[in-house]
Structure formats: structure tokens, C-alpha cells
Design a protein. Sequence first.
Length: 86
Amino acid sequence: MLFHSDWPSARSSRATATSTTSCPTLLHFQRLGLRTAIVIALGAHLIVPGRLPVAIRGTSERTADSAATWAYAYRRWITPAAYEAS
């Protein structure tokens, strides 16, 4: 949220005021705010006990379980590869 105190004062130069309130900067923060709102809305939708959210949560659990099972089975190969990569 932007407050009045965040904006350049009347005593600042025109170049300063223009650079801090330029269109790309404002668009960047608008896009960032929109992405944040979408992520929050999706998260809020996924916690309700509806049929679609329950199906999505079930699928993600199965995917995570299968990935964990695979990683545990191949842990002897994964561990040295992780040390070599770092």
C-alpha cells in the first residue's frame, strides 16, 4: 500500500518525482500485487472442502509420495550427485 509520505515531496526535483513514479515502476508493482492476490486466492480456494480442491490435494499428495519414494530408493546415487553439484 502506498502512503502519501511515500511519494516525492513538492520540494524534490521534477526528475526525482518522474523517476520514482515512472510507468514501468508502477506497472511492476501492480503486476506483483496481482500475482500475490492470485496466489492468495488460489490458496484460499484449495483449503475449502469442495470436490475439486480435495481432488487436487489428493493428486499432489500422491505425486509427493511417489517422488519421496523414488528419492529414497535412489538416495545412494542422489547424495554424491548433490555434493558434486555444490
